[in-house]
Design a protein around this ligand. Structure first.
Ligand code: SF4
Length: 383
């Protein structure tokens, strides 16, 4: 299980030697994959005047056009040329389900190669959170997670991450206040594309989304946490902790066999001291499994000296082995943390009746199984 340790973060891109290589829209350029600088270069290569950059950015990100036919600031012949050579959409909307209870909206998209991902909009008072995917499936096999059961199929490109957000913006009842990488996949195993997508989403000439309001959430890829600290990225960081005793965490989240809690917490402390930012610990509350006083005491101990807040989330798994902690107990847990100096909130279960947790809608509609961490020794030794 030491295979992760010998590998650089960049090389975690499992697709390199996999059979499911990323081939973004093979026939046409996918402009959502382009940073502003890359778009500038594309414009130069196409012999277009530099001022076209602003027009294209506006058409793509402000008007959110699906092709260039509606970008009337361009001549008809230029629009036709662009439509022939580039694309702004690669997704098909397969399913959209909206909760009658709380408005939570879940999307199932088909990608250009027929693989499927999910994205979710969650409404909570004034907060509107877009929960986006970073990979198709996930290798990390967290036991409570439907995506983990799928295994890993491939990384999303930066454009595919951005396209989720654009399509959700078009569909949402209210503007997004937060974007979180808490959909399918482990974002820190697709770090390059995740960071690039964050930069595109926050480009002031594009969607101009606040960098601080974009949260990268990890299950605990410890070296990548350190790397994020060194990169000093402007985005926020959340860690999905869920168990505070190593033995239990290894069962619940097998990633802990590669990156034990001690190492993870050491790197989180490095992150907070180097960046001056606080982190968020996500803690899924599972009835009778991780919600005792002993768990709460250990959580307090582990998070000492780490500037953080703790989000408590009653488990939303479709696996009956992982029932949610009842509301009263969750409130007790939060109060207990609070009384001992931890900032904690209990997040209400949202969209449970529409399978809003990551991977659940996919699992209902698809049976494709990818690679899991238990098979990753083969994958990692290849990269
Ligand atoms: S919880 Fe996240 S990291 Fe764990 S299996 Fe699911 S998608 Fe992967």
């Amino acid at each position: 299980m030491v295979y992760f340790f010998n590998t650089s973060i960049e090389s975690f891109n499992f697709t390199k030697h996999g059979t499911l290589m990323q081939t973004n829209n093979p026939s046409r350029e996918y402009l959502l994959d382009y940073s502003r600088d890359e778009m500038k270069k594309y414009i130069q290569d196409m012999d277009m005047a530099p001022y076209r950059l602003e027009q294209l950015m506006k058409g793509i990100y402000v008007q959110k056009l699906s092709d260039f036919s509606g970008l009337t600031t361009l001549s008809k012949s230029l629009r036709d040329t662009l439509n022939k050579n580039v694309t702004l959409r690669t997704f098909k909307e397969l399913k959209t389900i909206k909760s009658d209870n709380d408005g939570t909206t879940k999307f199932l998209w088909s990608l250009h190669d027929g693989l499927k991902i999910e994205s979710v909009i969650i409404y909570e008072g004034t907060r509107v959170t877009f929960c986006i995917s970073s990979q198709v499936g996930c290798a990390l096999d967290c036991q409570f997670c439907a995506t983990g059961k799928m295994g890993f199929l491939r990384n999303l490109s930066s454009g595919e991450i951005v396209e989720q957000v654009i399509l959700m913006m078009i569909n949402a009842d209210k503007p997004a206040t937060n974007i979180v990488y808490m959909g399918m996949g482990e974002p820190l195993l697709n770090l390059k594309n995740v960071i690039k997508a964050g930069e595109i989403l926050s480009d002031p000439e594009g969607l101009a989304f606040s960098r601080k309001k974009i949260t990268i959430s990890t299950s605990g890829i410890a070296p990548a946490v350190r790397k994020l600290a060194d990169m000093n990225t402007p985005f926020s960081l959340a860690i999905s902790l869920n168990a505070v005793f190593e033995k239990k965490r290894r069962i619940l989240m097998p990633v802990s066999k590669s990156y034990p809690l001690d190492l993870l917490l050491e790197n989180i402390r490095y992150y907070t001291s180097k960046t001056g930012k606080r982190v968020t610990f996500e803690y899924i509350l599972i009835d009778g499994l991780n919600d005792s006083k002993k768990d709460a005491d250990q959580l307090i101990k582990l998070t000492a000296k780490i500037p953080c807040k703790i989000n408590l989330i009653p488990c939303n798994s479709n696996d009956p082995n992982y029932p949610p902690t009842p509301n009263e107990r969750a409130k007790w847990f939060a109060d207990y943390l609070h009384q001992r100096g931890r900032t904690s909130t209990v997040r209400l279960r949202k969209g449970w009746e529409i399978q809003a947790a990551c991977g659940q809608l996919y699992a209902k509609n698809e049976k494709t199984i990818g690679r899991k961490i238990s098979e990753s020794s083969k994958l990692i030794t290849h990269v």
